[in-house]
Design a protein around this ligand. Structure first.
Ligand code: MN
Length: 311
């Protein structure tokens, strides 16, 4: 197992970052409604990257029958969920009445704001394959209590680069901007490096970034990149070089360091314990979040609230 190389506070920000070992965080394997996932955010030592506060990787897997993904009805507050697939298909259902299929190249973005509930499942008609990520973006204070909304983008824009390309899931990269609604300055991109090639990504100096190998093999500026590991890049970079022997897909996340302390518990992101308690109670007592007309599966109950420290 890899050690964490946490360089914050060691005077490394800005200068000579390329010669330093990268800050690396191994993801945690866990189960979500029967599906094995690798959670790369939050991890010990790295809670956020810009406004990004959650990264679950699921698959790649194949199946002959049943549905590997069936995440029952559950509520959210204070975030956007961003669902992105490399292979296969899922369907999103929410309390606003959306039933939105998702395929590779498109993105489902749900803005929870003051409250929404949703479910995500493998559709009956499917390819027998599943591979993707689920991400959360913390909403800044000015927007976190807005009314809930949902957006499906069928095909995100692509930034063509020497040696590969980047699909811009949300935010902006190298002048290419996704139509996905966003409430802070950020980047979320799926970068493809062709076999035997190198891709130099344009990065923004005011952003912190992280990347996660989704498929294939990758060398970042001379360092071999491991699977299931989140690599963090502090602010102060204008580019980053990714090389691959057999080809690679790399998820890139970035944003201005989030200036607000957030409190994250279960599916809720807030600022105070009282807000979390109120959301938990409203879900338990069938208030605020509503019903999901398009989903007949189970309703997930919140765990007991044990200790919950103020941020
Ligand atoms: Mn969810």
């Amino acid at each position: 197992m890899r050690m964490n190389h946490d360089l914050r506070g060691c005077g490394n920000i800005g200068a000579a970052v390329t010669d330093s070992p990268l800050e690396a965080h191994r993801s945690n394997e866990t189960r979500l409604a029967g599906l094995t996932i690798h959670r790369a955010l939050p991890v010990r030592g790295r809670r956020m990257v810009g406004p990004w506060c959650f990264l679950d990787r699921f698959g790649p897997l194949t199946f002959a029958n049943g549905k590997p993904m069936d995440v029952g009805a559950h509520p959210h507050i204070g975030i956007q969920t961003v669902s992105w697939l490399l292979d296969g298909e899922i369907v999103h259902h929410d309390t606003l009445g959306h039933d939105a299929p998702l395929r590779p190249g498109g993105v489902n973005v749900m803005t929870a704001g003051a409250g929404i509930a949703h479910a995500e499942e493998t559709p009956k008609r499917n390819s027998g394959r599943l591979s993707g990520v689920q991400l959360w973006v913390a909403l800044p204070d000015a927007h976190r209590n807005r009314p809930a909304s949902f957006q499906h983008v069928d095909a995100v824009p692509t930034l063509i680069l020497p040696g590969g390309l980047a699909q811009v899931i949300t935010g902006e990269l190298g002048g290419t901007s996704s139509p996905a609604e966003r409430f802070s300055d950020l980047t979320g991109a799926d970068v493809e490096v062709r076999p035997g090639e190198a891709v130099t990504l344009p990065l923004r100096g005011e952003f912190e970034h992280a990347f996660f190998l989704l498929d294939g093999d990758c060398v970042f500026e001379g360092q071999d990149i491991e699977a299931r590991t989140l690599y963090y890049l502090p602010p102060g970079r204008s580019e980053g070089e990714f090389k691959s022997r057999e080809g690679a897909r790399v998820l890139l996340l970035g944003g201005t360091p989030f200036g607000e302390k957030v409190l994250m518990w279960w599916n809720f992101v807030a600022r105070t314990t009282a807000e979390i308690q109120a959301a938990r109670r409203d879900w338990a007592e069938h208030r605020r979040f509503g019903k999901i007309p398009g989903y007949r599966g189970e309703r997930m109950e919140a765990p007991e609230m044990m200790r919950l420290a103020e941020p």
